[in-house]
Design a protein around this ligand. Structure first.
Ligand code: ATP
Ligand code: MG
Length: 304
């Protein structure tokens, strides 16, 4: 059964899509089978992997609305072992169209149920918002990979995401883990970057990936050719760093596989609550609750 990893951070421009594309490409290059699901109406992951705009083709929109199955919407890419479920601009409408729908938070999870067994990794590229699309991704995911930049306010920005992850554990997906935090567009020559990294290390402990992704122009150029950086310039620092990240992730997984098996995934099937605004966050996923708790909090899904 494939592991579902959501690449999420509500902050814009932190390299979610660059990470989703190049991590999944590097995982595919390491002989695993991956599918990248574009959950963002901006469709950057789709264009970055060379999917031409085609309004007649099924996309994440039709899949979330139940009008197409994931397997019929998934396309092959130029890289063997990597497929993509593309999105389109109209995906934004899902935030409104699904508001009253049954199991609206479980749409992606349900849609991936049948296909995830065909892959080793299912990578979800999330939009820069904590909206219904990101909520669907986090409910469908086994873990969240958080790309972030080493900035002075980095930790403040991340607390809202960690609170959201905690709410999702409580209401929908008790097994949701933090896969890790990866520093992107990193420049280790600055004292500030090193100070922030030390703080993040203290806060996240081993969840902070040792691999950092340097600022590298090749990473920014590759999507305009519709290619992961591996196929554009495999020897660039950007390509090498994502290969290292994939290796670190695979190493962590094989180490974890040798540990005792954690509890079964048991989503709160009937819960219809959305993310609420209450406080308290925790990154250690080892002691989540049973998932049966329901709150009466107001729905607080911000349309992006
Ligand atoms: P959004 O929140 O809009 O979805 P994002 O978090 O997905 O953005 P990206 O689109 O991956 O972020 O990256 C933002 C911009 O930074 C893009 O132009 C991308 O090419 C560039 N970029 C990402 N990572 C790097 C890097 N390591 N070096 C140089 N440029 C980068
Ligand atoms: Mg993006």
């Amino acid at each position: 059964m494939g592991k579902v990893i959501a690449v999420a951070n509500q902050k814009g421009g932190v390299a979610k899509t660059t990470t989703a594309i190049n991590l999944s490409a590097s995982l595919a290059a390491a002989d695993t089978k991956c599918v990248l699901i574009d959950c963002d109406p901006q469709s950057n992951a789709s264009s970055g992997l060379g999917v031409a705009k085609d309004p007649t083709r099924s996309s994440t929109y039709e899949v979330l609305l139940g009008e197409a199955s994931a397997s019929e919407a998934i396309l092959a890419t130029e890289l063997e072992g990597l497929s993509i479920l593309p999105s389109r601009r109209d995906l934004i409408a899902v935030n409104l169209e699904l508001v009253e729908a049954p199991r609206r938070e479980f749409r992606l999870r349900d849609a991936l149920e049948l296909v995830r067994q065909n892959y080793d990794f299912v990578v979800l590229d999330c939009p820069p918002a904590l909206d219904l699309l990101t909520l669907n991704a986090l409910v469908a995911a086994d873990s969240v990979l958080i790309p972030m930049q080493a900035e002075y306010f980095a930790l403040e920005g991340i607390s809202q995401l960690l609170e959201t992850i905690e709410r999702i554990r409580e209401n929908f997906n008790p097994g949701l883990e933090v896969e890790g935090v990866v520093l992107t567009m990193y420049d280790d020559r600055t004292t500030l970057a090193q100070q922030v990294t030390n703080n993040l290390k203290e806060f996240f402990g081993e969840k902070l990936f040792e691999t950092t992704i340097p600022r590298n122009v090749t990473l920014a150029e590759a999507p305009s050719y519709g290619k992961p950086v591996l196929l554009y310039d495999a020897r660039s620092r950007g390509a090498e760093s994502y290969i290292r990240l994939a290796k670190e992730l695979l190493d962590r997984h094989s180490r974890r596989a040798e540990e005792p098996v954690p509890g079964q995934h048991d989503p709160a099937e009937n819960s219809t609550e959305a993310i609420d605004g209450s406080h308290g966050s925790e990154i250690d996923s080892s002691e989540h609750n049973s998932g049966s708790e329901q709150t009466n909090s107001e729905k607080n899904i911000a349309a992006s």
